[in-house]
Ligand binder design. Sequence first.
Ligand code: ZN
Length: 266
Amino acid sequence: MSTRHAPDLVSDELLDLTRRLGAPERDLVILAEGNTSELVGDEIVVKASGASMRDADRSSFAAVDLAALADLIDDPSGDQEQLTRALEEDGRGSTVRASIETMVHVAVRMVSSVRFVAHTHPTPVLALLASVRSETAFAEPVYSDELMVLGRPLHVPYAEPGLPLGRLFARRLREHLDEWGEVPSLVLLGNHGIVAISQSVEGADAISAMAVKSARVRLGALQAGGIRGLGEDATTHYFARSDFADRRAALSATAEAAQLQEGTAS
Ligand SMILES: [Zn+2]
């Protein structure tokens, strides 16, 4: 079927990203939490169910067929049983099962052919996303560096991982794209975690790290009496600056960003 064991497709960069984000001292994930993926041709190479990010190796991933899973998200008659079957290798020998959260990685690639997606459960961010301020905590930027790295984050309310989350996530992403004309760098999943979206390992890592810092800043501000944002005028001004746009592009999901990064590296 659509899922297979494909260690040859696991890049050094995907392994590096996975292990970096899985480092215990970063407290982004524990045990088998979280998952990373890379778009490779018309497949997504995604962490397998049950594998830990910190110890990930080439056998910790599965390759899934993007079009088949995207069809399942868009087909209202698709059900969880079909999804379970689609995420399992119909295989001879050792079986591999892609994470149930693969649908988050699929939903992103339904709107953008971005290379890397990293999903984690950072404790300070989850503290806010599990609070009464889940929807509003990140609605306004509070300092310029987070605005540059995170752009305009998208909040997606809680849905059960699998098809319900995949469908809601895909819908909210399309709405965000219609409203702002760009794929968000950071998606906040209510009562769940974060999704970092970038053309590069460095970008996905920076977005994840900044999400944690931004959460800590907010938790501190709440202890000091409440969050005061940068304000609409300051935010609009930053987005209008060309140097700001260039730095944003280097971290984001656009094809131009990939070219820009290649240009900068050479
Ligand atoms: Zn998760």
